[in-house]
Design a protein around this ligand. Structure first.
Ligand code: AMP
Ligand code: ZN
Length: 480
Protein backbone atom coordinates (compact mmCIF):
# COMPACT_ATOMS: atom_id res chain seq x y z
CA UNK A 1 0.00 0.00 0.00
CA UNK A 2 1.39 3.38 -0.96
CA UNK A 3 0.86 6.61 0.96
CA UNK A 4 1.97 10.07 -0.11
CA UNK A 5 4.07 11.35 2.76
CA UNK A 6 4.32 15.14 3.13
CA UNK A 7 7.66 14.61 4.91
CA UNK A 8 9.37 13.11 1.86
CA UNK A 9 6.97 14.56 -0.70
CA UNK A 10 6.60 11.20 -2.38
CA UNK A 11 4.55 8.03 -2.23
CA UNK A 12 6.03 5.49 0.16
CA UNK A 13 5.19 1.88 0.90
CA UNK A 14 3.19 1.63 4.13
CA UNK A 15 5.09 -0.25 6.85
CA UNK A 16 3.38 -0.19 10.25
CA UNK A 17 5.35 0.24 13.47
CA UNK A 18 3.67 -2.90 14.78
CA UNK A 19 2.53 -5.59 12.35
CA UNK A 20 -1.23 -5.63 11.84
CA UNK A 21 -1.81 -2.36 13.69
CA UNK A 22 -2.25 1.25 12.68
CA UNK A 23 -1.93 4.15 15.09
CA UNK A 24 -3.49 7.20 13.57
CA UNK A 25 -4.08 10.78 14.78
CA UNK A 26 -6.27 13.26 12.91
CA UNK A 27 -6.48 16.90 14.02
CA UNK A 28 -10.08 17.68 14.80
CA UNK A 29 -12.12 20.87 14.77
CA UNK A 30 -12.16 23.82 17.09
CA UNK A 31 -15.65 23.71 18.51
CA UNK A 32 -17.21 27.17 18.53
CA UNK A 33 -19.82 26.69 15.83
CA UNK A 34 -21.38 24.11 13.53
CA UNK A 35 -18.72 22.49 11.34
CA UNK A 36 -18.66 23.56 7.71
CA UNK A 37 -18.28 21.20 4.78
CA UNK A 38 -14.59 22.14 4.43
CA UNK A 39 -14.04 20.70 7.93
CA UNK A 40 -15.99 17.65 6.81
CA UNK A 41 -13.45 16.83 4.10
CA UNK A 42 -10.68 15.54 6.42
CA UNK A 43 -13.29 13.73 8.51
CA UNK A 44 -14.65 11.83 5.52
CA UNK A 45 -11.31 11.27 3.82
CA UNK A 46 -9.47 9.92 6.85
CA UNK A 47 -12.46 7.87 7.98
CA UNK A 48 -12.25 6.21 4.57
CA UNK A 49 -8.50 5.61 5.06
CA UNK A 50 -9.32 3.99 8.38
CA UNK A 51 -12.06 1.85 6.83
CA UNK A 52 -9.71 0.61 4.13
CA UNK A 53 -7.11 -0.41 6.72
CA UNK A 54 -9.84 -2.26 8.60
CA UNK A 55 -10.98 -3.95 5.38
CA UNK A 56 -7.38 -5.13 4.99
CA UNK A 57 -7.54 -6.65 8.46
CA UNK A 58 -5.59 -4.03 10.39
CA UNK A 59 -6.58 -3.06 13.88
CA UNK A 60 -6.81 0.73 13.79
CA UNK A 61 -6.44 2.93 16.84
CA UNK A 62 -7.93 6.19 15.58
CA UNK A 63 -7.63 9.31 17.68
CA UNK A 64 -9.18 12.65 16.77
CA UNK A 65 -9.35 15.57 19.18
CA UNK A 66 -11.73 18.39 19.83
CA UNK A 67 -9.99 21.70 20.48
CA UNK A 68 -12.18 23.07 23.25
CA UNK A 69 -10.08 25.97 24.52
CA UNK A 70 -9.39 28.73 22.04
CA UNK A 71 -9.85 32.47 21.48
CA UNK A 72 -12.85 31.91 19.23
CA UNK A 73 -14.63 29.74 21.79
CA UNK A 74 -13.95 32.30 24.52
CA UNK A 75 -15.24 35.13 22.32
CA UNK A 76 -18.45 33.26 21.54
CA UNK A 77 -18.94 32.43 25.23
CA UNK A 78 -18.57 36.09 26.13
CA UNK A 79 -21.08 37.10 23.46
CA UNK A 80 -23.61 34.64 24.84
CA UNK A 81 -22.70 35.36 28.45
CA UNK A 82 -22.00 31.72 29.27
CA UNK A 83 -18.97 29.64 30.25
CA UNK A 84 -16.67 28.45 27.43
CA UNK A 85 -17.56 24.91 28.35
CA UNK A 86 -21.21 25.49 27.47
CA UNK A 87 -20.14 26.47 23.95
CA UNK A 88 -17.67 23.65 23.42
CA UNK A 89 -20.00 21.00 24.85
CA UNK A 90 -22.83 22.18 22.60
CA UNK A 91 -20.76 22.12 19.40
CA UNK A 92 -19.08 18.81 20.19
CA UNK A 93 -22.55 17.28 20.41
CA UNK A 94 -23.62 18.95 17.16
CA UNK A 95 -20.40 17.85 15.45
CA UNK A 96 -21.02 14.26 16.53
CA UNK A 97 -24.51 14.41 15.00
CA UNK A 98 -23.05 15.65 11.71
CA UNK A 99 -20.41 12.92 11.79
CA UNK A 100 -23.09 10.29 12.32
CA UNK A 101 -25.05 11.68 9.37
CA UNK A 102 -21.96 11.42 7.17
CA UNK A 103 -21.39 7.89 8.46
CA UNK A 104 -18.02 8.87 9.93
CA UNK A 105 -17.19 6.29 12.59
CA UNK A 106 -16.59 7.62 16.08
CA UNK A 107 -12.85 7.67 16.82
CA UNK A 108 -11.42 5.08 19.19
CA UNK A 109 -10.84 8.11 21.41
CA UNK A 110 -12.02 11.71 21.01
CA UNK A 111 -9.87 13.53 23.56
CA UNK A 112 -10.60 17.10 24.59
CA UNK A 113 -7.80 19.56 25.23
CA UNK A 114 -9.22 20.89 28.50
CA UNK A 115 -9.13 17.41 30.01
CA UNK A 116 -5.48 16.87 29.18
CA UNK A 117 -3.88 19.88 30.84
CA UNK A 118 -1.78 17.81 33.26
CA UNK A 119 -0.08 16.03 30.36
CA UNK A 120 0.60 19.36 28.68
CA UNK A 121 2.20 20.83 31.80
CA UNK A 122 4.37 17.74 32.03
CA UNK A 123 5.55 17.94 28.42
CA UNK A 124 6.25 21.67 28.74
CA UNK A 125 8.27 20.99 31.89
CA UNK A 126 10.31 18.31 30.03
CA UNK A 127 10.95 20.73 27.16
CA UNK A 128 12.20 23.40 29.58
CA UNK A 129 14.41 20.88 31.39
CA UNK A 130 15.93 19.77 28.10
CA UNK A 131 16.63 23.34 27.02
CA UNK A 132 13.99 23.35 24.26
CA UNK A 133 11.69 25.87 25.94
CA UNK A 134 11.86 28.89 28.23
CA UNK A 135 9.54 31.06 30.27
CA UNK A 136 9.45 34.81 29.60
CA UNK A 137 9.02 37.38 32.37
CA UNK A 138 5.22 37.54 31.92
CA UNK A 139 4.87 33.77 32.37
CA UNK A 140 4.52 32.90 28.68
CA UNK A 141 6.43 29.73 27.80
CA UNK A 142 7.94 29.56 24.32
CA UNK A 143 9.44 26.71 22.32
CA UNK A 144 13.00 27.55 21.24
CA UNK A 145 12.84 26.60 17.56
CA UNK A 146 16.59 27.12 17.10
CA UNK A 147 17.20 24.25 19.54
CA UNK A 148 15.51 21.69 17.28
CA UNK A 149 17.76 21.01 14.33
CA UNK A 150 15.04 19.45 12.19
CA UNK A 151 12.70 22.42 12.43
CA UNK A 152 11.16 22.95 8.99
CA UNK A 153 11.50 19.34 7.79
CA UNK A 154 7.77 18.82 7.21
CA UNK A 155 6.97 22.12 5.53
CA UNK A 156 10.34 22.08 3.75
CA UNK A 157 11.16 25.49 5.12
CA UNK A 158 14.59 26.57 6.14
CA UNK A 159 14.85 27.86 9.71
CA UNK A 160 17.31 30.62 8.79
CA UNK A 161 14.92 31.95 6.18
CA UNK A 162 12.03 31.62 8.59
CA UNK A 163 13.89 33.52 11.28
CA UNK A 164 14.93 36.35 9.00
CA UNK A 165 11.41 36.47 7.55
CA UNK A 166 9.89 36.70 11.00
CA UNK A 167 12.34 39.35 12.06
CA UNK A 168 10.70 41.79 9.68
CA UNK A 169 7.42 41.42 11.52
CA UNK A 170 7.26 42.86 14.98
CA UNK A 171 4.40 41.49 17.01
CA UNK A 172 3.38 43.43 20.07
CA UNK A 173 3.02 41.43 23.24
CA UNK A 174 5.75 39.04 22.22
CA UNK A 175 8.70 41.05 23.51
CA UNK A 176 9.75 38.15 25.73
CA UNK A 177 10.62 35.95 22.75
CA UNK A 178 14.26 35.11 22.18
CA UNK A 179 13.54 34.69 18.51
CA UNK A 180 10.53 35.67 16.40
CA UNK A 181 10.08 32.11 15.10
CA UNK A 182 9.67 30.70 18.62
CA UNK A 183 6.09 29.69 19.37
CA UNK A 184 3.85 29.61 22.41
CA UNK A 185 3.44 26.53 24.61
CA UNK A 186 1.67 28.23 27.49
CA UNK A 187 0.23 31.72 27.81
CA UNK A 188 -1.07 33.89 30.66
CA UNK A 189 -4.81 34.28 31.02
CA UNK A 190 -6.58 37.50 30.21
CA UNK A 191 -9.40 38.87 32.31
CA UNK A 192 -12.44 36.58 32.25
CA UNK A 193 -10.73 33.75 30.38
CA UNK A 194 -10.60 30.14 31.55
CA UNK A 195 -7.24 29.28 33.10
CA UNK A 196 -5.24 26.62 34.90
CA UNK A 197 -2.52 26.91 37.52
CA UNK A 198 1.03 26.26 36.38
CA UNK A 199 4.61 26.91 37.52
CA UNK A 200 4.81 29.88 35.16
CA UNK A 201 1.50 31.67 35.42
CA UNK A 202 -2.25 31.14 35.61
CA UNK A 203 -2.96 30.48 31.98
CA UNK A 204 -3.81 28.11 29.20
CA UNK A 205 -1.99 25.98 26.64
CA UNK A 206 -1.06 26.99 23.10
CA UNK A 207 -2.83 25.08 20.36
CA UNK A 208 0.08 22.95 19.09
CA UNK A 209 1.00 21.35 22.43
CA UNK A 210 -2.49 19.85 22.74
CA UNK A 211 -2.05 17.49 19.82
CA UNK A 212 1.47 16.38 20.78
CA UNK A 213 0.21 15.46 24.24
CA UNK A 214 -3.05 13.77 23.20
CA UNK A 215 -1.27 11.72 20.51
CA UNK A 216 1.28 10.57 23.08
CA UNK A 217 -1.28 9.69 25.71
CA UNK A 218 -3.65 7.72 23.50
CA UNK A 219 -1.29 6.31 20.87
CA UNK A 220 2.24 6.45 22.28
CA UNK A 221 5.41 8.40 21.49
CA UNK A 222 5.59 7.02 17.97
CA UNK A 223 2.63 6.78 15.66
CA UNK A 224 2.08 5.56 12.11
CA UNK A 225 -0.02 8.30 10.57
CA UNK A 226 -0.71 11.89 11.47
CA UNK A 227 -3.25 13.69 9.32
CA UNK A 228 -5.19 16.87 8.76
CA UNK A 229 -5.94 19.56 6.19
CA UNK A 230 -3.01 21.01 4.26
CA UNK A 231 -3.27 24.36 6.04
CA UNK A 232 -2.03 22.54 9.14
CA UNK A 233 1.38 21.63 7.66
CA UNK A 234 2.81 24.93 8.81
CA UNK A 235 2.99 25.94 11.54
CA UNK A 236 0.75 23.44 13.40
CA UNK A 237 2.25 20.12 12.34
CA UNK A 238 5.79 21.50 12.07
CA UNK A 239 5.45 22.63 15.68
CA UNK A 240 3.94 19.33 16.80
CA UNK A 241 6.98 17.52 15.38
CA UNK A 242 9.36 19.90 17.14
CA UNK A 243 7.60 19.49 20.51
CA UNK A 244 7.11 15.71 20.34
CA UNK A 245 10.52 14.81 18.97
CA UNK A 246 12.37 17.21 21.28
CA UNK A 247 10.47 15.92 24.33
CA UNK A 248 10.42 12.19 23.51
CA UNK A 249 13.70 11.87 21.63
CA UNK A 250 12.03 9.71 18.96
CA UNK A 251 10.59 10.26 15.51
CA UNK A 252 6.93 11.22 16.00
CA UNK A 253 4.85 10.06 13.00
CA UNK A 254 6.07 7.91 10.12
CA UNK A 255 3.57 9.22 7.58
CA UNK A 256 2.09 12.70 7.36
CA UNK A 257 -1.05 12.91 5.26
CA UNK A 258 -2.77 16.16 4.21
CA UNK A 259 -5.99 16.70 2.35
CA UNK A 260 -6.33 19.55 -0.13
CA UNK A 261 -8.97 22.21 0.33
CA UNK A 262 -12.59 22.26 -0.47
CA UNK A 263 -13.05 25.46 -2.46
CA UNK A 264 -16.03 27.45 -3.52
CA UNK A 265 -16.58 29.68 -6.50
CA UNK A 266 -18.03 33.06 -5.54
CA UNK A 267 -18.61 35.27 -8.57
CA UNK A 268 -15.83 33.67 -10.55
CA UNK A 269 -13.47 33.80 -7.60
CA UNK A 270 -12.34 30.36 -6.44
CA UNK A 271 -11.43 30.47 -2.77
CA UNK A 272 -10.92 28.04 0.07
CA UNK A 273 -14.10 27.55 2.05
CA UNK A 274 -13.50 29.00 5.49
CA UNK A 275 -15.23 30.55 8.45
CA UNK A 276 -13.15 33.71 8.24
CA UNK A 277 -14.03 34.34 4.57
CA UNK A 278 -17.69 33.71 5.35
CA UNK A 279 -18.12 31.66 2.16
CA UNK A 280 -19.10 28.41 3.80
CA UNK A 281 -22.01 26.03 4.08
CA UNK A 282 -22.40 24.13 7.31
CA UNK A 283 -22.90 20.39 7.17
CA UNK A 284 -26.24 21.05 8.87
CA UNK A 285 -27.37 23.33 6.04
CA UNK A 286 -26.48 20.68 3.48
CA UNK A 287 -28.38 18.07 5.48
CA UNK A 288 -31.58 20.07 4.97
CA UNK A 289 -31.31 19.53 1.22
CA UNK A 290 -29.50 16.24 0.89
CA UNK A 291 -28.95 13.01 2.70
CA UNK A 292 -25.42 13.50 4.07
CA UNK A 293 -24.42 10.30 2.29
CA UNK A 294 -24.52 12.45 -0.85
CA UNK A 295 -22.01 14.87 0.69
CA UNK A 296 -19.77 11.95 1.59
CA UNK A 297 -20.02 10.52 -1.90
CA UNK A 298 -19.24 13.95 -3.37
CA UNK A 299 -16.07 14.23 -1.27
CA UNK A 300 -14.87 10.80 -2.36
CA UNK A 301 -15.39 11.57 -6.03
CA UNK A 302 -12.01 13.38 -6.01
CA UNK A 303 -8.59 12.31 -4.83
CA UNK A 304 -7.98 13.70 -1.35
CA UNK A 305 -4.87 15.59 -2.44
CA UNK A 306 -6.71 17.39 -5.25
CA UNK A 307 -8.54 20.62 -4.58
CA UNK A 308 -12.27 20.13 -4.89
CA UNK A 309 -14.75 22.80 -5.89
CA UNK A 310 -18.12 22.69 -4.25
CA UNK A 311 -21.08 23.34 -6.51
CA UNK A 312 -24.77 22.56 -6.76
CA UNK A 313 -24.16 20.75 -10.07
CA UNK A 314 -21.56 18.43 -8.58
CA UNK A 315 -23.85 17.69 -5.65
CA UNK A 316 -26.65 16.79 -8.06
CA UNK A 317 -24.27 14.56 -10.02
CA UNK A 318 -23.21 12.87 -6.75
CA UNK A 319 -26.82 12.40 -5.77
CA UNK A 320 -27.54 10.67 -9.07
CA UNK A 321 -24.39 8.56 -8.87
CA UNK A 322 -25.17 7.43 -5.35
CA UNK A 323 -28.72 6.69 -6.38
CA UNK A 324 -27.49 4.38 -9.11
CA UNK A 325 -25.54 2.36 -6.55
CA UNK A 326 -28.40 2.24 -4.06
CA UNK A 327 -30.87 1.19 -6.74
CA UNK A 328 -28.59 -1.67 -7.78
CA UNK A 329 -28.26 -2.78 -4.16
CA UNK A 330 -32.04 -2.60 -3.75
CA UNK A 331 -32.55 -4.69 -6.88
CA UNK A 332 -30.12 -7.30 -5.55
CA UNK A 333 -32.03 -7.50 -2.27
CA UNK A 334 -35.36 -7.87 -4.07
CA UNK A 335 -33.95 -10.45 -6.46
CA UNK A 336 -32.45 -12.33 -3.52
CA UNK A 337 -35.83 -12.43 -1.76
CA UNK A 338 -37.61 -13.54 -4.92
CA UNK A 339 -35.04 -16.24 -5.59
CA UNK A 340 -35.38 -17.48 -2.03
CA UNK A 341 -39.13 -17.76 -2.43
CA UNK A 342 -38.65 -19.78 -5.57
CA UNK A 343 -36.75 -22.39 -3.61
CA UNK A 344 -33.65 -24.23 -4.78
CA UNK A 345 -30.94 -22.61 -6.87
CA UNK A 346 -31.10 -22.91 -10.61
CA UNK A 347 -29.62 -26.21 -11.55
CA UNK A 348 -29.03 -25.61 -15.17
CA UNK A 349 -25.34 -26.10 -15.96
CA UNK A 350 -25.17 -23.49 -18.70
CA UNK A 351 -26.57 -20.80 -16.48
CA UNK A 352 -24.19 -21.62 -13.67
CA UNK A 353 -21.13 -21.52 -15.88
CA UNK A 354 -22.22 -18.12 -17.16
CA UNK A 355 -22.52 -16.96 -13.58
CA UNK A 356 -19.06 -18.30 -12.89
CA UNK A 357 -17.68 -16.03 -15.60
CA UNK A 358 -19.57 -13.06 -14.14
CA UNK A 359 -18.17 -13.81 -10.70
CA UNK A 360 -14.66 -13.76 -12.09
CA UNK A 361 -15.37 -10.41 -13.73
CA UNK A 362 -16.79 -9.05 -10.48
CA UNK A 363 -13.74 -10.16 -8.49
CA UNK A 364 -11.56 -8.49 -11.08
CA UNK A 365 -13.43 -5.23 -10.39
CA UNK A 366 -12.93 -5.70 -6.65
CA UNK A 367 -9.20 -6.01 -7.35
CA UNK A 368 -9.37 -2.82 -9.40
CA UNK A 369 -11.04 -1.12 -6.46
CA UNK A 370 -8.28 -2.34 -4.13
CA UNK A 371 -5.53 -1.28 -6.52
CA UNK A 372 -6.99 2.24 -6.56
CA UNK A 373 -7.12 2.38 -2.77
CA UNK A 374 -3.60 0.95 -2.47
CA UNK A 375 -2.37 3.82 -4.62
CA UNK A 376 -2.54 6.55 -1.99
CA UNK A 377 -6.28 6.08 -1.48
CA UNK A 378 -7.44 7.05 -4.92
CA UNK A 379 -11.14 7.05 -4.07
CA UNK A 380 -12.05 8.59 -7.44
CA UNK A 381 -10.84 5.43 -9.22
CA UNK A 382 -12.27 3.22 -6.49
CA UNK A 383 -15.71 4.78 -7.05
CA UNK A 384 -15.32 4.18 -10.80
CA UNK A 385 -14.72 0.48 -10.08
CA UNK A 386 -17.90 0.40 -7.97
CA UNK A 387 -19.85 1.88 -10.90
CA UNK A 388 -18.51 -0.86 -13.15
CA UNK A 389 -19.63 -3.45 -10.63
CA UNK A 390 -23.08 -1.86 -10.54
CA UNK A 391 -23.25 -2.09 -14.31
CA UNK A 392 -22.22 -5.75 -14.24
CA UNK A 393 -24.77 -6.49 -11.56
CA UNK A 394 -27.58 -4.71 -13.41
CA UNK A 395 -26.83 -6.54 -16.63
CA UNK A 396 -26.34 -10.03 -15.19
CA UNK A 397 -28.79 -10.42 -12.34
CA UNK A 398 -32.20 -11.53 -13.54
CA UNK A 399 -35.13 -13.70 -12.45
CA UNK A 400 -33.17 -16.73 -13.60
CA UNK A 401 -30.11 -15.99 -11.48
CA UNK A 402 -29.17 -18.43 -8.77
CA UNK A 403 -29.62 -17.40 -5.18
CA UNK A 404 -25.89 -17.95 -4.57
CA UNK A 405 -24.91 -15.58 -7.39
CA UNK A 406 -27.26 -12.85 -6.21
CA UNK A 407 -25.96 -13.19 -2.65
CA UNK A 408 -22.37 -13.06 -3.88
CA UNK A 409 -23.02 -9.83 -5.81
CA UNK A 410 -24.92 -8.27 -2.93
CA UNK A 411 -22.15 -9.02 -0.47
CA UNK A 412 -19.38 -7.83 -2.75
CA UNK A 413 -21.11 -4.55 -3.51
CA UNK A 414 -21.92 -4.09 0.17
CA UNK A 415 -18.30 -4.72 1.18
CA UNK A 416 -16.84 -2.18 -1.22
CA UNK A 417 -19.47 0.42 -0.33
CA UNK A 418 -18.66 -0.14 3.32
CA UNK A 419 -15.03 0.82 2.69
CA UNK A 420 -16.29 4.09 1.23
CA UNK A 421 -18.67 4.49 4.17
CA UNK A 422 -21.70 4.30 1.90
CA UNK A 423 -24.71 2.55 3.38
CA UNK A 424 -26.42 0.43 0.75
CA UNK A 425 -29.71 0.40 2.63
CA UNK A 426 -31.56 3.61 2.01
CA UNK A 427 -32.11 5.50 5.19
CA UNK A 428 -35.64 6.27 4.07
CA UNK A 429 -37.15 3.34 5.97
CA UNK A 430 -36.26 4.76 9.36
CA UNK A 431 -37.16 8.18 8.14
CA UNK A 432 -40.57 7.02 6.93
CA UNK A 433 -41.44 5.87 10.43
CA UNK A 434 -40.29 9.14 11.88
CA UNK A 435 -42.33 11.08 9.35
CA UNK A 436 -45.41 8.99 9.96
CA UNK A 437 -45.09 9.43 13.71
CA UNK A 438 -44.93 13.19 13.20
CA UNK A 439 -47.96 13.14 10.92
CA UNK A 440 -49.85 11.15 13.53
CA UNK A 441 -48.88 13.69 16.19
CA UNK A 442 -50.16 16.44 13.92
CA UNK A 443 -53.49 14.65 13.46
CA UNK A 444 -53.82 14.32 17.23
CA UNK A 445 -53.07 18.01 17.66
CA UNK A 446 -55.73 18.90 15.11
CA UNK A 447 -58.28 16.68 16.80
CA UNK A 448 -57.50 18.45 20.05
CA UNK A 449 -57.92 21.75 18.18
CA UNK A 450 -54.32 22.67 18.97
CA UNK A 451 -53.77 24.21 15.55
CA UNK A 452 -50.63 26.05 16.59
CA UNK A 453 -48.93 22.75 17.37
CA UNK A 454 -50.30 21.16 14.21
CA UNK A 455 -48.85 24.00 12.14
CA UNK A 456 -45.57 23.77 13.95
CA UNK A 457 -45.28 20.08 13.10
CA UNK A 458 -46.19 20.77 9.50
CA UNK A 459 -43.45 23.45 9.43
CA UNK A 460 -40.91 21.04 10.88
CA UNK A 461 -41.78 18.45 8.26
CA UNK A 462 -41.41 21.06 5.57
CA UNK A 463 -37.93 21.86 6.88
CA UNK A 464 -37.15 18.18 6.51
CA UNK A 465 -38.26 18.40 2.91
CA UNK A 466 -41.62 16.70 3.47
CA UNK A 467 -44.73 18.17 1.93
CA UNK A 468 -48.14 17.23 3.32
CA UNK A 469 -51.33 17.03 1.37
CA UNK A 470 -54.68 16.65 3.09
CA UNK A 471 -56.81 14.43 0.88
CA UNK A 472 -60.17 12.73 1.28
CA UNK A 473 -58.37 9.44 1.99
CA UNK A 474 -56.31 11.07 4.70
CA UNK A 475 -52.95 12.80 4.84
CA UNK A 476 -50.55 12.03 2.03
CA UNK A 477 -46.91 13.06 2.06
CA UNK A 478 -44.13 13.34 -0.41
CA UNK A 479 -40.51 14.44 -0.47
CA UNK A 480 -40.09 17.91 -1.92
P1 AMP B 1 -10.26 24.03 12.16
O1 AMP B 1 -11.50 23.87 12.95
O2 AMP B 1 -10.17 25.29 11.36
O3 AMP B 1 -9.01 23.77 13.00
O4 AMP B 1 -10.26 22.89 11.04
C1 AMP B 1 -10.45 21.51 11.31
C2 AMP B 1 -9.93 20.71 10.14
O5 AMP B 1 -10.62 21.07 8.91
C3 AMP B 1 -8.45 20.89 9.82
O6 AMP B 1 -7.88 19.64 9.48
C4 AMP B 1 -8.45 21.83 8.62
O7 AMP B 1 -7.29 21.68 7.86
C5 AMP B 1 -9.66 21.35 7.89
N1 AMP B 1 -10.23 22.34 6.95
C6 AMP B 1 -10.68 23.59 7.25
N2 AMP B 1 -11.16 24.21 6.13
C7 AMP B 1 -11.03 23.32 5.11
C8 AMP B 1 -11.37 23.36 3.70
N3 AMP B 1 -11.94 24.42 3.13
N4 AMP B 1 -11.11 22.26 2.97
C9 AMP B 1 -10.53 21.17 3.53
N5 AMP B 1 -10.19 21.06 4.82
C10 AMP B 1 -10.43 22.13 5.62
ZN1 ZN C 1 -3.37 19.06 15.74
Amino acid sequence: MKIFNTLSRRKEEFVPLEPGKVKMYVCGPTVYNFIHIGNARPMIVFDTVRRYFEYKGYEVNYVSNFTDVDDKIIKKAMEEGVESEVISRRYIEECKKDMAGMNVKPATTHPQATREIAGMLEMIRTLIDKGHAYAAADGTVYFRTGSFKDYGKLSHKNLDELQSGFREIKVTGEEGKEDPSDFVLWKPKKEGEPYWESDWCQGRPGWHIECSVMAKKYLGEQIDIHAGGEDLIFPHHENEIAQSEAANGKPFATYWMHNAFLNIDTNGHVQKMSKSLGNFFTVREISERYDLQVLRFFMLSAHYRSPLNFSADLMEASKNGLDRILTAAERLRDAGNAAAAQGPDAEEGKLLSQEEAHRTAALELARKFEAAMEDDFNTADAVAAVFELVKLSNSTVSDDSSRAYIKFMEELLGKLCDVLGILTERKAEVLDEEIEAMIEARQQARKAKNFALADEIRGKLLEMGIVLEDTREGVKWKRA
